[in-house]
Design a protein around this ligand. Structure first.
Ligand SMILES: [Mn+2]
Length: 298
Protein backbone atom coordinates (compact mmCIF):
# COMPACT_ATOMS: atom_id res chain seq x y z
CA UNK A 1 0.00 0.00 0.00
CA UNK A 2 1.21 3.51 -0.76
CA UNK A 3 3.23 4.76 2.18
CA UNK A 4 1.14 7.92 2.36
CA UNK A 5 -2.10 6.03 2.89
CA UNK A 6 -0.56 3.92 5.63
CA UNK A 7 0.69 6.92 7.55
CA UNK A 8 -2.68 8.64 7.23
CA UNK A 9 -4.65 5.77 8.75
CA UNK A 10 -2.15 5.37 11.61
CA UNK A 11 -2.32 9.05 12.43
CA UNK A 12 -6.10 9.24 12.21
CA UNK A 13 -6.70 8.29 15.80
CA UNK A 14 -4.60 11.20 17.02
CA UNK A 15 -6.55 13.87 15.12
CA UNK A 16 -9.28 15.94 16.76
CA UNK A 17 -12.84 15.07 15.72
CA UNK A 18 -13.09 17.26 12.62
CA UNK A 19 -16.18 17.01 10.37
CA UNK A 20 -14.19 15.60 7.42
CA UNK A 21 -15.55 13.38 4.64
CA UNK A 22 -14.17 9.82 4.61
CA UNK A 23 -11.63 9.34 1.83
CA UNK A 24 -12.32 5.60 1.64
CA UNK A 25 -14.91 4.05 -0.69
CA UNK A 26 -18.35 4.71 0.82
CA UNK A 27 -16.76 4.97 4.24
CA UNK A 28 -15.68 1.30 4.17
CA UNK A 29 -13.49 1.49 7.24
CA UNK A 30 -13.83 -1.75 9.20
CA UNK A 31 -10.62 -2.64 11.02
CA UNK A 32 -8.39 -5.18 9.29
CA UNK A 33 -9.11 -7.71 12.06
CA UNK A 34 -12.89 -7.77 11.56
CA UNK A 35 -12.97 -7.05 7.81
CA UNK A 36 -14.19 -9.92 5.62
CA UNK A 37 -13.54 -8.08 2.34
CA UNK A 38 -10.49 -5.98 1.53
CA UNK A 39 -11.04 -3.37 -1.16
CA UNK A 40 -7.95 -2.03 -2.93
CA UNK A 41 -6.97 -0.29 -6.15
CA UNK A 42 -4.49 -1.58 -8.75
CA UNK A 43 -3.97 1.60 -10.80
CA UNK A 44 -1.97 0.10 -13.70
CA UNK A 45 -2.72 0.67 -17.42
CA UNK A 46 0.65 0.42 -19.15
CA UNK A 47 -0.31 -2.28 -21.69
CA UNK A 48 -3.51 -0.54 -22.87
CA UNK A 49 -3.46 -0.92 -26.66
CA UNK A 50 -5.96 1.84 -27.47
CA UNK A 51 -6.97 4.53 -24.96
CA UNK A 52 -5.13 4.44 -21.62
CA UNK A 53 -6.52 6.00 -18.43
CA UNK A 54 -7.87 3.11 -16.34
CA UNK A 55 -5.16 3.85 -13.76
CA UNK A 56 -7.43 6.68 -12.61
CA UNK A 57 -10.38 4.33 -12.03
CA UNK A 58 -9.93 3.57 -8.32
CA UNK A 59 -9.29 7.20 -7.28
CA UNK A 60 -12.30 8.55 -9.17
CA UNK A 61 -14.51 5.74 -7.87
CA UNK A 62 -13.55 6.59 -4.31
CA UNK A 63 -14.25 10.28 -4.88
CA UNK A 64 -17.61 9.77 -6.63
CA UNK A 65 -18.71 7.15 -4.09
CA UNK A 66 -19.65 10.04 -1.81
CA UNK A 67 -22.77 10.38 -3.98
CA UNK A 68 -23.84 6.73 -3.64
CA UNK A 69 -26.30 5.49 -1.00
CA UNK A 70 -24.94 2.80 1.31
CA UNK A 71 -28.36 1.07 1.23
CA UNK A 72 -29.13 -1.38 -1.57
CA UNK A 73 -32.84 -1.57 -2.47
CA UNK A 74 -31.91 -4.53 -4.69
CA UNK A 75 -30.68 -6.74 -1.84
CA UNK A 76 -32.48 -4.82 0.94
CA UNK A 77 -29.25 -4.55 2.90
CA UNK A 78 -26.89 -1.79 3.90
CA UNK A 79 -23.19 -1.78 3.01
CA UNK A 80 -22.27 -0.20 6.35
CA UNK A 81 -23.51 -3.33 8.09
CA UNK A 82 -20.87 -5.36 6.26
CA UNK A 83 -17.26 -5.79 7.13
CA UNK A 84 -15.28 -4.06 4.41
CA UNK A 85 -12.02 -2.16 4.64
CA UNK A 86 -10.72 0.04 1.82
CA UNK A 87 -6.93 0.04 2.13
CA UNK A 88 -6.26 2.43 -0.77
CA UNK A 89 -4.24 1.88 -3.94
CA UNK A 90 -1.16 -0.28 -4.48
CA UNK A 91 1.97 1.64 -5.46
CA UNK A 92 2.65 -0.02 -8.84
CA UNK A 93 5.59 0.84 -11.12
CA UNK A 94 4.08 2.24 -14.34
CA UNK A 95 5.54 0.52 -17.41
CA UNK A 96 6.63 -2.66 -15.58
CA UNK A 97 3.88 -5.25 -15.94
CA UNK A 98 5.82 -8.17 -14.43
CA UNK A 99 6.82 -6.23 -11.32
CA UNK A 100 3.30 -4.81 -10.90
CA UNK A 101 1.82 -8.32 -11.10
CA UNK A 102 4.33 -9.56 -8.51
CA UNK A 103 3.19 -6.85 -6.08
CA UNK A 104 -0.46 -7.78 -6.65
CA UNK A 105 0.27 -11.50 -6.10
CA UNK A 106 2.13 -10.83 -2.84
CA UNK A 107 -0.55 -8.48 -1.54
CA UNK A 108 -3.41 -10.84 -2.37
CA UNK A 109 -1.59 -13.81 -0.83
CA UNK A 110 -1.35 -11.87 2.42
CA UNK A 111 -5.09 -11.12 2.31
CA UNK A 112 -6.00 -14.75 1.56
CA UNK A 113 -3.67 -16.06 4.28
CA UNK A 114 -5.48 -13.79 6.73
CA UNK A 115 -8.81 -15.34 5.63
CA UNK A 116 -10.01 -12.23 3.78
CA UNK A 117 -11.66 -11.80 0.37
CA UNK A 118 -9.71 -9.47 -1.94
CA UNK A 119 -11.85 -7.09 -4.05
CA UNK A 120 -9.64 -5.30 -6.56
CA UNK A 121 -10.37 -2.18 -8.62
CA UNK A 122 -8.44 -1.83 -11.91
CA UNK A 123 -6.64 -0.63 -13.72
CA UNK A 124 -6.54 -2.52 -16.97
CA UNK A 125 -7.57 -6.16 -17.15
CA UNK A 126 -4.00 -7.52 -16.86
CA UNK A 127 -4.08 -6.83 -13.10
CA UNK A 128 -6.55 -9.74 -12.79
CA UNK A 129 -3.69 -12.17 -13.49
CA UNK A 130 -1.93 -11.19 -10.25
CA UNK A 131 -4.94 -11.57 -7.98
CA UNK A 132 -6.02 -14.76 -9.69
CA UNK A 133 -2.57 -16.32 -9.37
CA UNK A 134 -2.69 -15.76 -5.61
CA UNK A 135 -6.17 -17.29 -5.41
CA UNK A 136 -5.20 -20.30 -7.54
CA UNK A 137 -2.30 -21.07 -5.18
CA UNK A 138 -4.70 -21.27 -2.25
CA UNK A 139 -7.67 -22.82 -4.12
CA UNK A 140 -6.43 -25.48 -6.62
CA UNK A 141 -10.01 -26.13 -7.80
CA UNK A 142 -10.60 -22.45 -8.63
CA UNK A 143 -13.31 -21.62 -11.22
CA UNK A 144 -13.29 -18.29 -13.05
CA UNK A 145 -16.30 -16.26 -14.18
CA UNK A 146 -15.18 -13.73 -16.77
CA UNK A 147 -17.62 -10.97 -17.82
CA UNK A 148 -16.27 -8.94 -20.74
CA UNK A 149 -16.83 -7.65 -24.28
CA UNK A 150 -13.47 -9.12 -25.27
CA UNK A 151 -12.27 -12.73 -25.22
CA UNK A 152 -8.72 -11.70 -24.10
CA UNK A 153 -7.51 -15.15 -25.24
CA UNK A 154 -4.64 -14.11 -27.54
CA UNK A 155 -1.40 -15.99 -26.86
CA UNK A 156 0.48 -12.73 -27.39
CA UNK A 157 -0.31 -9.19 -28.48
CA UNK A 158 2.37 -7.70 -30.77
CA UNK A 159 4.81 -10.15 -29.20
CA UNK A 160 3.85 -9.32 -25.60
CA UNK A 161 2.58 -12.18 -23.46
CA UNK A 162 1.62 -9.93 -20.57
CA UNK A 163 -1.12 -7.67 -21.96
CA UNK A 164 -4.71 -6.74 -21.28
CA UNK A 165 -5.46 -8.57 -24.56
CA UNK A 166 -3.86 -11.86 -23.40
CA UNK A 167 -4.92 -11.96 -19.75
CA UNK A 168 -7.47 -14.77 -20.00
CA UNK A 169 -5.02 -16.94 -21.97
CA UNK A 170 -2.56 -16.56 -19.08
CA UNK A 171 -5.39 -17.35 -16.66
CA UNK A 172 -6.25 -20.46 -18.71
CA UNK A 173 -2.64 -21.60 -18.32
CA UNK A 174 -3.23 -21.46 -14.56
CA UNK A 175 -6.67 -23.09 -14.28
CA UNK A 176 -6.74 -25.29 -17.42
CA UNK A 177 -9.62 -26.56 -19.55
CA UNK A 178 -13.06 -26.32 -17.97
CA UNK A 179 -12.01 -23.66 -15.46
CA UNK A 180 -13.21 -20.50 -17.21
CA UNK A 181 -16.76 -19.37 -17.97
CA UNK A 182 -16.97 -16.31 -20.25
CA UNK A 183 -20.11 -14.21 -20.74
CA UNK A 184 -20.91 -11.19 -22.90
CA UNK A 185 -18.03 -11.73 -25.34
CA UNK A 186 -18.53 -9.95 -28.68
CA UNK A 187 -15.00 -9.18 -29.87
CA UNK A 188 -11.87 -11.18 -30.61
CA UNK A 189 -9.86 -12.82 -33.39
CA UNK A 190 -11.03 -15.88 -35.31
CA UNK A 191 -8.35 -17.85 -33.44
CA UNK A 192 -9.69 -16.77 -30.05
CA UNK A 193 -13.20 -17.94 -30.87
CA UNK A 194 -11.77 -21.20 -32.28
CA UNK A 195 -9.81 -21.67 -29.02
CA UNK A 196 -13.08 -21.36 -27.11
CA UNK A 197 -14.95 -23.70 -29.48
CA UNK A 198 -12.19 -26.30 -29.03
CA UNK A 199 -13.41 -26.59 -25.43
CA UNK A 200 -10.63 -24.77 -23.60
CA UNK A 201 -13.07 -22.22 -22.13
CA UNK A 202 -16.88 -22.14 -21.91
CA UNK A 203 -17.84 -19.05 -23.87
CA UNK A 204 -21.37 -17.60 -23.89
CA UNK A 205 -21.19 -14.69 -26.37
CA UNK A 206 -23.14 -11.42 -26.57
CA UNK A 207 -25.18 -11.44 -23.32
CA UNK A 208 -25.42 -12.79 -19.77
CA UNK A 209 -28.47 -15.02 -20.30
CA UNK A 210 -26.46 -18.15 -19.46
CA UNK A 211 -25.81 -17.07 -15.85
CA UNK A 212 -28.12 -19.76 -14.43
CA UNK A 213 -26.43 -22.48 -16.47
CA UNK A 214 -23.00 -21.28 -15.36
CA UNK A 215 -24.04 -21.49 -11.71
CA UNK A 216 -25.29 -25.04 -12.14
CA UNK A 217 -22.05 -26.10 -13.86
CA UNK A 218 -19.75 -24.51 -11.26
CA UNK A 219 -21.60 -25.97 -8.28
CA UNK A 220 -19.62 -25.71 -5.06
CA UNK A 221 -16.22 -24.85 -6.56
CA UNK A 222 -14.49 -21.72 -5.26
CA UNK A 223 -14.97 -18.85 -7.72
CA UNK A 224 -12.97 -15.81 -8.84
CA UNK A 225 -15.31 -13.23 -10.43
CA UNK A 226 -13.68 -10.81 -12.88
CA UNK A 227 -15.81 -8.04 -14.35
CA UNK A 228 -14.39 -6.09 -17.27
CA UNK A 229 -16.87 -3.23 -17.21
CA UNK A 230 -16.72 -2.88 -21.00
CA UNK A 231 -19.17 -5.79 -21.06
CA UNK A 232 -21.70 -2.97 -20.62
CA UNK A 233 -22.99 -1.23 -23.72
CA UNK A 234 -20.99 1.94 -24.46
CA UNK A 235 -24.25 3.92 -24.32
CA UNK A 236 -24.37 3.32 -20.55
CA UNK A 237 -20.60 2.87 -20.09
CA UNK A 238 -18.57 5.12 -22.44
CA UNK A 239 -15.72 5.57 -19.93
CA UNK A 240 -13.45 2.74 -21.03
CA UNK A 241 -10.38 2.21 -23.19
CA UNK A 242 -11.78 -0.17 -25.82
CA UNK A 243 -15.56 0.37 -26.13
CA UNK A 244 -17.52 -2.29 -28.07
CA UNK A 245 -21.02 -1.67 -29.45
CA UNK A 246 -23.78 -4.17 -28.77
CA UNK A 247 -23.24 -4.64 -25.06
CA UNK A 248 -25.25 -5.66 -22.03
CA UNK A 249 -27.50 -3.15 -20.23
CA UNK A 250 -26.86 -2.32 -16.58
CA UNK A 251 -29.90 -4.08 -15.12
CA UNK A 252 -29.16 -7.33 -16.95
CA UNK A 253 -25.55 -7.26 -15.71
CA UNK A 254 -26.62 -6.49 -12.14
CA UNK A 255 -29.21 -9.29 -12.12
CA UNK A 256 -26.66 -11.80 -13.46
CA UNK A 257 -24.01 -10.76 -10.94
CA UNK A 258 -26.46 -10.99 -8.02
CA UNK A 259 -27.34 -14.54 -9.12
CA UNK A 260 -23.67 -15.42 -8.69
CA UNK A 261 -24.09 -14.51 -5.00
CA UNK A 262 -25.19 -18.11 -4.42
CA UNK A 263 -21.75 -19.34 -5.45
CA UNK A 264 -18.67 -19.65 -3.23
CA UNK A 265 -16.96 -16.47 -4.46
CA UNK A 266 -13.56 -16.01 -2.81
CA UNK A 267 -12.39 -12.88 -4.67
CA UNK A 268 -13.57 -10.40 -7.29
CA UNK A 269 -12.42 -7.51 -9.41
CA UNK A 270 -13.84 -4.67 -11.50
CA UNK A 271 -11.52 -3.42 -14.22
CA UNK A 272 -11.19 -1.10 -17.22
CA UNK A 273 -13.06 1.98 -15.97
CA UNK A 274 -11.19 4.90 -17.60
CA UNK A 275 -13.20 7.69 -16.02
CA UNK A 276 -11.87 10.67 -17.96
CA UNK A 277 -13.42 9.57 -21.26
CA UNK A 278 -16.84 10.15 -19.70
CA UNK A 279 -17.15 13.73 -18.49
CA UNK A 280 -20.70 13.17 -17.24
CA UNK A 281 -19.47 10.46 -14.85
CA UNK A 282 -22.20 7.95 -15.71
CA UNK A 283 -19.63 5.18 -16.23
CA UNK A 284 -18.17 5.73 -12.76
CA UNK A 285 -21.70 5.79 -11.31
CA UNK A 286 -22.44 2.43 -12.96
CA UNK A 287 -19.18 0.92 -11.70
CA UNK A 288 -19.88 2.16 -8.17
CA UNK A 289 -23.36 0.73 -8.02
CA UNK A 290 -22.14 -2.64 -9.25
CA UNK A 291 -19.30 -2.58 -6.70
CA UNK A 292 -21.70 -1.81 -3.84
CA UNK A 293 -23.87 -4.77 -4.80
CA UNK A 294 -20.85 -7.10 -5.14
CA UNK A 295 -19.50 -6.07 -1.72
CA UNK A 296 -22.88 -6.65 -0.06
CA UNK A 297 -23.21 -9.96 -1.88
CA UNK A 298 -19.75 -11.11 -0.73
MN1 LIG B 1 -12.67 -5.92 -22.35
Amino acid sequence: VAEGNKLMSEDKGKLPDWPVVESSFLGCSASFEVAECILFGAPFDSTSSFKPGSRFGPAVMRQDSQNLEIYSPYQERELAAHKVIDIGDLDLPAGNAAKSLEIIVTTCCRMLNAGKKPVMLGGEHLVTLGALKACRERWPDLAVIHLDAHADLRDDYLGERLSHATVMRRVWELVGDGGIWQLGIRSGTEQEFAFARAGHVRMHPFDVAAAGQVIAEIGSRPVYLTVDLDILDPSCFPGTGTPEAGGVNFNDLLQAVMKFGGLHIIAADLVELAPHYDLAGISTAAALKLLREILIML
